[in-house]
Design a protein around this ligand. Structure first.
Ligand SMILES: [Zn+2]
Length: 104
């Protein structure tokens, strides 16, 4: 593409010709991998930011729709929710760790 000046790759520091204005990494394999990794990190951060409220909102709405059912259910199943939540968090942590190991 014409009009775009050669620039330095953000990862390896080599000069390259960008094909669009936002390109900051060159086409080398390690650099495109770095770019994907950065995208993935940003995605995970976004997910971490959004997920809790998404989840809490969902539960709140559901509870509002089924007020007595929820109350009853919790009375009948003490501790279940806590255990489930802990398990879920542990699994998420393990998944993230596995992903990180795969990338390293
Ligand atoms: Zn590069």
């Amino acid at each position: 593409m014409k009009g775009l000046k050669a620039r330095k790759c953000k990862h390896c520091g080599e000069q390259f010709k960008p094909t669009n204005g936002r390109q900051i990494y060159c086409k080398a394999k390690k650099c495109s991998r770095e770019r994907k990794y950065k995208y993935w990190l940003a995605y995970i951060q976004e997910w971490k930011k959004r997920r809790p409220t998404y989840y809490v909102d969902y539960l709140r709405k559901w509870r509002a729709r089924n007020p007595s059912y929820w109350k009853e259910w919790r009375r009948k199943n003490p501790g279940w929710f806590k255990a489930w939540y802990r398990k879920r968090r542990l699994r998420a942590l393990q998944d993230r760790q596995a992903q990180l190991m795969a990338k390293a």
